[in-house]
Design a protein around this ligand. Structure first.
Ligand SMILES: NC(=O)c1ccc[n+]([C@@H]2O[C@H](COP(=O)([O-])OP(=O)(O)OC[C@H]3O[C@@H](n4cnc5c(N)ncnc54)[C@H](OP(=O)(O)O)[C@@H]3O)[C@@H](O)[C@H]2O)c1
Length: 290
């Protein structure tokens, strides 16, 4: 079984490549494949002839998407449509990564995979469009929705992960003001990548939510990061009014894991374990952080 990972230098894509490292996996970076260019997809599929494609590429700077809907739709919707068409033709199973932001945030308990979507931002609308377009080609597909990603590699688009921001600010002795009115499931990319590997190996199709288990606010996330890392920090809770944004975001976007359970694919580690494993991977890679 050969797996081809698109977006392989991203924070999630790199851990997906690593999750399959005992098997036949090929990771392609943006220089090697550009999903906006149909011939680039064709060349890669013809050359590598994979059984599964995992698409971890996206245009996901949520604020920038508001002023560049053309870019958001080009990468998150139209390119995904084309990728799905080509995968269907070549009988390749497409596993596409999507987001908790497809939901409107009015829920008070974790969203099931079957819950209706209600995107609030251009980014979220473009991801919903990608989810829907990829289903129209008659091929095998799986959508993996995830949330609040952080990995040791970090995201080039977003810069530092939230954990690094907290640790850096704490080390500089600057007080931290973190919002306590947005609830989500922060997720460590290695754990999400392991979940994706289990789904791929099972061959299951449909929609799966793959995040760390449980949920917390950003303030609770910061408090747990500080507790586990043992740093001294002055942490204050605040509300999102303090940090106005152009894009609207769901106030509650925790994802339930019903599909994983129904498919017998096990459970996901708790979000606190995500922080623990991130911090231990981070200290093993300490020279990279100076
Ligand atoms: N980050 C989050 O908190 C979060 C939350 C929920 C869902 N997600 C979803 O999770 C997935 C992975 O996110 P991530 O945080 O790992 O992103 P990331 O670190 O920014 O990685 C994205 C990767 O895709 C590549 N890429 C971008 N445009 C491409 C294109 N047109 N063709 C081929 N490759 C392209 C990027 O390469 P370059 O950097 O070289 O351009 C990068 O390697 C995305 O689908 C995102 O929507 C993310």
């Amino acid at each position: 079984m050969r797996v081809l990972v698109i977006g392989s230098t991203g924070q999630l894509g790199s851990d997906v490549v690593r999750a399959f490292s005992g098997g036949d996996v090929v990771g392609l970076d943006h220089k090697t494949i550009d999903i906006e260019i149909p011939s680039s997809i064709t060349d890669a599929l013809n050359h590598y002839r994979p059984d599964f494609v995992v698409n971890a590429a996206a245009f996901h700077n949520v604020e920038l998407c508001e002023s560049r809907p053309d870019r958001a739709f080009a990468v998150n919707a139209l390119a995904v449509d084309d990728l799905a068409a080509q995968c269907a033709l070549a009988k390749i199973h497409l596993v596409h990564v999507s987001t908790d932001y497809v939901f409107d945030g009015r829920a008070t308990t974790p969203y099931d995979e079957s819950a209706p979507v209600g995107p609030l931002s251009v980014y979220a609308i473009s991801k919903v469009a990608g989810e829907q377009l990829l289903q129209r080609h008659g091929g095998a597909w799986t959508i993996v929705r995830t949330s609040g990603l952080y990995g040791v590699r970090g995201s080039r688009t977003k810069g530092y992960t939230f954990i690094e921001r907290i640790l850096t600010q704490a080390a500089e002795g600057r007080p931290l003001h973190v919002v306590n009115d947005i609830t989500f499931s922060p997720s460590y990319t290695r754990h999400v990548a392991e979940g994706i590997r289990r789904i791929v190996e099972s061959g299951a199709g449909g929609i799966f939510h793959v995040t760390n288990s449980g949920h917390c606010t950003w303030y609770e996330f910061a408090r747990e990061i500080i507790r586990q890392s043992g740093v001294d920090a002055e942490l204050h809770e605040t509300t999102s009014e303090r940090f106005p944004t152009v894009a609207r975001r769901p106030a509650f976007s925790a994802l339930g894991h019903g599909a994983l359970a129904r498919a017998g694919l096990g459970t996901m580690p708790a979000w606190q374990e995500g922080i623990r494993d991130y911090l231990s991977e981070r200290s093993a890679a300490a020279p990279a952080f100076g």
